[in-house]
Design a protein around this ligand. Structure first.
Ligand SMILES: [Zn+2]
Length: 149
């Protein structure tokens, strides 16, 4: 399974002690999942939340801890086909998809591993040679905290 995860210590709702928090973004079949789980060793309190959206702040932390996975396309790039997949997968308009594609071609589009892998898979099933490569170092000078889409 393709996934990236985060861990943190949070206050336990059961006993007020320190509980372990675990968040996982995973690529399951053809979609992204974000599941979190809290468990306390002291009192045994446990809570799992499945199928939510990955919050932007945690996504930034994920990118910070794991690096950005870059999408690489084989040449020649069929723009129309790639744009169609980008629009459908990212839920963006034509102009934004063009902007994302330009960054992909410049090697500057980076996302989490499950997100990039999903794009690569959908591109490959559309007949486009695509690969998720990462995690990338920040050699391209991507500004931290800037929106990626
Ligand atoms: Zn507890």
């Amino acid at each position: 399974m393709i996934f990236e995860s985060l861990e943190a210590s949070v206050p336990c709702e059961g006993c007020g002690g320190v509980a372990e928090w675990h968040g996982v973004q995973a690529l399951v079949d053809d979609s992204l999942r974000w599941d979190t789980e809290v468990s306390c060793r002291t009192c045994g309190h446990a809570l799992a939340v499945c199928g939510g959206e990955l919050p932007a702040s945690l996504r930034e932390r994920m990118l910070g801890e794991h690096g950005r996975t870059v999408l690489r396309l084989g040449a020649p790039v069929r723009r129309v086909v790639v744009m169609r997949v980008l629009r459908k997968t990212l839920g963006v308009g034509l102009a934004e998809a063009g902007d994302v594609l330009d960054r992909v071609l410049a090697g500057r589009y980076g996302a989490t591993l499950p997100e990039t892998e999903l794009l690569a898979r959908r591109l490959r099933s559309a007949g486009v040679e695509a690969e998720a490569v990462g995690p990338a170092s920040d050699e391209f000078g991507t500004p931290q905290g800037s929106p990626l889409l």
